[in-house]
Design a protein around this ligand. Structure first.
Ligand SMILES: Nc1ncnc2c1ncn2[C@@H]1O[C@H](COP(=O)(O)OP(=O)(O)O)[C@@H](O)[C@H]1O
Ligand SMILES: O=C(O)[C@H](O)[C@@H](O)[C@H](O)[C@H](O)COP(=O)(O)O
Length: 160
C-alpha cells in the first residue's frame, strides 16, 4: 500500500516472486471511469473507490493460499474493508516517503496514466496505517531489493 509512485507495483511483483505467490496489480481492477478520472487529474472519491476495493476484496477472499496485491489502500476504512473480506490475515507493507522521493519516482516512470499533479491529493488522502495490526512501514528512499528482502523476512517471521 501507499500513494501513487511509492513503489507498490515494483516492490509487489518482486516480493511475490520471492515468496512464490501470485501477484495481482490492483490498478488493473479499476473501472474504466476511474482510470479516465485519474488520467484527467481528478482525484477519486470514496464512491469511486468502493467498487474497486470490493473487487480487490473478492480476490483476497478466494486467496486462502496467499497472494500479493498492489493497492493504494489510502484510508483506514478501505483497509478495514479489505481485512473483513480476506480469507487469511492481511499484511500491509506501507511504502512511505517524502514528496521529493515520490516525485522522482513518478518522473522516471513512462507510459503510466497517473499524472504527477495527483501526488498532492494522494498525500492529503493518505491515512498512515501506523498502529494498525500487521503493518510494516518501509522507507522508499532505500533500494527496492532491500525493501523486498526485509518485507519477506517480516512476513515469513510473523505469527498470527
Ligand atoms: N525504492 C525505490 N527506489 C528507486 N526507485 C523506485 C523504488 N520504488 C519504486 N521505484 C520506481 O518508481 C517508479 C514508480 O514505482 P511503481 O512501482 O510504479 O509505484 P506505484 O505502483 O506505487 O505507483 C517506477 O519507475 C519504479 O521503478
Ligand atoms: O486510490 C487511488 O487514488 C488510486 O488507487 C491511486 O492511489 C493509485 O495510485 C492509482 O491507481 C494510480 O496507480 P499507481 O499507484 O500505479 O500510480
Amino acid at each position: 500500500m501507499g500513494v501513487s509512485g511509492s513503489g507498490k507495483s515494483t516492490v509487489g511483483e518482486v516480493l511475490a516472486e520471492k515468496l512464490g505467490l501470485p501477484f495481482l496489480e490492483g490498478d488493473t481492477l479499476h473501472p474504466k471511469g476511474n482510470v479516465e478520472k485519474m488520467s484527467a487529474g481528478i482525484p477519486l472519491s470514496d464512491e469511486d473507490r468502493w467498487p474497486w476495493l470490493d473487487l480487490i476484496g473478492a480476490r483476497l477472499a478466494e486467496a486462502s493460499d496467499g497472494v500479493v496485491i498492489s493497492c493504494s489502500a489510502l484510508k483506514k476504512t478501505y483497509r478495514d474493508r479489505l481485512r473483513q473480506k480476506a480469507a487469511a490475515p492481511l499484511f500491509f507493507v506501507f511504502l512511505d516517503g517524502s514528496l521529493a522521493v515520490l516525485r522522482e519516482h513518478m518522473a522516471h516512470r513512462t507510459g503510466h496514466f497517473m499524472p504527477l499533479s495527483m501526488l498532492d491529493s494522494q498525500l492529503a488522502t493518505l491515512e498512515p496505517p501506523i498502529g494498525e495490526p500487521l503493518v510494516l512501514r518501509q522507507d522508499i528512499a532505500v533500494p527496492i531489493d532491500h525493501i523486498v528482502e526485509t518485507s519477506a523476512t517480516w512476513l515469513l517471521g510473523s505469527e498470527v
